[in-house]
Design a protein around this ligand. Structure first.
Ligand code: URA
Length: 220
């Protein structure tokens, strides 16, 4: 299959499939949509964070001492939601990874060129310990791949190692995955669904429509 050998993980689980069906349904209310999306987000964050570094720590239970694994406190984790739709992921990501720094990326898509337009960039230069800096970029829809590419490029320019960047999406298009993978082979892509294709306006088919509108109840 054409996506074999790529740095790509597609979650495959009945809970994911069931909740994706709820999310895709145009008749699902905003509340139902958000709740289903949050359920999938837990699984995505578990997968996206599975290679974060840990260290051994001795813990004393009420019965005896034992060695446990805990997150390496020398490592830095940056959670980077792309506004506005990425925000739905960041609450769950922060709940599971409370030590992370959250760096919002403000970007919208020019409807004519489909290119991203930046309006906010919180991240500063990474000056030291680059090997231990990890970034999880959050955006529910990996569509054209233009925003993903720009966000990844921005973090690399600021000093993050390509192999330490993870892109987490709910639904991805083949075009978006190919675009990210052709430019950044070491970036890991984690997604809950690989859909069929993009339409002429850059929307994913079958998709779920406009993610931001459905998350924030601004559908016309
Ligand atoms: N952004 C969305 O919200 N939906 C799509 O299908 C593509 C990009």
């Amino acid at each position: 299959m054409e996506f074999d050998n790529m740095n790509l993980t597609i979650l495959n689980h009945p809970i994911i499939h069931h909740n994706l069906a709820v999310i895709r349904d145009k008749n699902s209310s905003c509340e139902i949509f958000r709740n289903a999306l949050k359920r999938i987000t837990y699984a995505l964050v578990f997968e996206a964070s599975k290679d974060l570094p840990t260290v051994e720590k001795e813990i004393e239970t009420p019965l005896q001492k034992t060695n446990c694994k805990v997150f390496d406190s020398e490592a830095q984790l940056i959670i980077a939601p792309i506004l506005r739709a990425g925000m739905i992921f960041s609450d769950v990501a922060q709940e599971l990874l409370p030590f992370a720094n959250v760096h919002h990326i403000g970007m919208y898509r020019d409807e004519n060129t489909l290119e991203p337009v930046w309006y906010y960039d919180k991240k500063k230069e990474i000056k030291k310990n680059r090997k231990k800096v990890f970034v999880i970029i959050l955006d529910p829809m990996l569509a054209t791949g233009n925003s993903a590419n720009d966000a990844i490029k921005n973090f690399i320019q600021k000093g993050v190692l390509e192999q330490n960047i993870i892109f987490m999406s709910l639904i991805s298009s083949p075009e978006g995955i190919k675009k990210v993978n052709s430019n950044y082979k070491k970036v890991k892509i984690i997604t809950a669904s690989l859909d069929e294709k993009l339409d002429k306006k850059g929307y994913i088919l079958p998709g779920l429509g406009d993610a931001g509108d459905r998350i924030y109840n601004t559908v016309d």
